[in-house]
Design a protein around this ligand. Structure first.
Ligand SMILES: Nc1ncnc2c1ncn2[C@@H]1O[C@H](COP(=O)(O)OP(=O)(O)OP(=O)(O)O)[C@@H](O)[C@H]1O
Ligand SMILES: [Mg+2]
Length: 224
């Protein structure tokens, strides 16, 4: 489903070229649940941003299905991003001016889901994450963990084919983290492709494959 070929990402500093990713070769099959681990600065978020079509400044090729991302027009890329990907950010990226309810609704609007269906999907997610009472609040009125839950609800609301999650449980206590991993496990069973970056080894055990990144390179790649 996804193929990265010799991906390099670097920044030019005054004296040298600094590689954030170097020679990344990666094939991800539809339905895989893959975990990226590695120390801070290893390149996990950088790689997720490329996978999620949020960063186009890199060398090498990215194939999504048969399509080379580089040969797509900006509009095509953006519509691919909206229709196929759900993205959970390390820093939640909620829309400050929208309520909890409206934040979760955004991907459903892109996907032209009917109003009654939107209501039922959002009600179910709010219930699942114990956020019913918070639905009319704005992100600034929530704790960090609650904002993270809204970010997760938003990312999965539209039933994306590929779910990208950057430290999805970073600000949650262990019971909530377990709950989220169980949601991921359920989505995985239903066929969603999941790629998560995490520092928590126990989160990797919910998945089917573990990749360790170090200094922008793949150190190991194993089935679990
Ligand atoms: N726009 C940028 N300009 C310069 N350096 C950057 C930029 N973005 C990321 N980096 C550097 O790239 C490296 C990889 O960063 P990245 O955020 O991908 O790491 P990470 O593995 O996600 O780390 P963490 O576990 O802390 O989230 C870091 O050394 C970071 O400082
Ligand atoms: Mg990161």
């Amino acid at each position: 489903m996804i193929q990265l070929k010799e991906i390099d990402k670097y920044i030019e500093s005054r004296f040298q070229r600094i590689f954030l990713l170097k020679g990344i070769h990666l094939e991800i099959k539809e339905g895989e649940f893959l975990t990226l681990m590695g120390p801070s600065g290893a390149g996990k978020s950088t790689l997720l941003n490329i996978l999620g079509l949020l960063d186009e400044e890199y060398e090498g090729d990215y194939f999504f299905g048969e399509k080379n991302i580089r040969s797509m027009k900006e509009r095509e890329r953006s519509s691919l991003h909206k229709s196929e990907f759900g993205y959970i950010f390390q820093a939640y990226h909620l829309i400050d001016e929208l309520t909890v309810y409206e934040n979760i609704e955004t991907p459903l609007l892109y996907r032209k889901v009917s109003s009654s269906e939107r209501k039922s999907i959002i009600a179910e997610l709010l219930d699942r994450f114990n956020m019913v009472a918070k639905k009319d609040l704005f992100p600034a009125q929530l704790s960090g963990g609650q904002q993270q839950l809204v970010g997760i609800a938003r990312a999965i609301a539209g039933r994306p084919r590929v779910l990208l999650a950057d430290e999805p449980t970073g600000n949650l206590h262990s019971a909530q983290a377990k709950e989220i991993m169980e949601v991921f496990q359920e989505l995985h069973r239903e066929g969603t492709t999941i790629i998560q970056a995490t520092h928590a080894r126990e989160n990797a055990d919910y998945g089917s494959r573990l990749i360790n990144l170090l200094d922008g390179k793949i150190e190991s790649d194993e089935k679990i």
